[in-house]
Design a protein. Structure first.
Length: 121
C-alpha cells in the first residue's frame, strides 16, 4: 500500500498524475474519443530520407533512455515497469497491437539497462 508521507510513494503519485494529463489527455481528463482525422499531413507524405532520420532519432532516444535507466535505482526501474502497465487504449476502444507493443518495449528498455553493471560508488 502506498504511503504519501514516503518520498518514493509521493514521487510515484506525482508521476502517475502527470501520466493522466499527457499523451492525448483532454483538459477535463483522459481523451475519450479519437481526434478528428486529418485528410493529409501538412507537409505531404514522408520521404524515405525523413523515415531514416526518424528511425535514427528513435534509436538514439532508446539508447539515451537505457543509459539513464542504468543509473536509476531498483525502485525507479520498478516504477517504470508499473508505468508500462498504464499504457492502455482509450475507454471503449479495442486494444491495438502497437499499444500493447509499446508497453513491452518499455520493459525491454528496462531489461537492457539492467544488464549493465552499476558503477562503483
Amino acid at each position: 500500500m502506498s504511503d504519501p508521507t514516503r518520498p518514493e510513494d509521493s514521487a510515484r503519485q506525482r508521476v502517475i498524475s502527470r501520466w493522466e494529463n499527457e499523451g492525448g489527455a483532454e483538459s477535463d481528463g483522459p481523451q475519450l474519443a479519437a481526434p478528428p482525422a486529418e485528410r493529409a499531413s501538412p507537409g505531404g507524405p514522408i520521404s524515405a530520407g525523413e523515415w531514416t532520420e526518424l528511425k535514427t532519432r528513435v534509436i538514439a532516444l532508446e539508447n539515451l533512455v537505457i543509459a539513464l535507466l542504468k543509473t536509476a535505482s531498483a525502485d525507479e526501474r520498478a516504477l517504470a515497469r508499473q508505468m508500462a502497465e498504464f499504457i492502455l487504449p482509450r475507454p471503449g476502444a479495442t486494444h491495438h497491437r502497437l499499444t500493447v507493443h509499446a508497453a513491452h518495449r518499455m520493459g525491454d528498455l528496462i531489461d537492457r539497462a539492467e544488464r549493465f553493471e552499476r558503477p562503483a560508488e
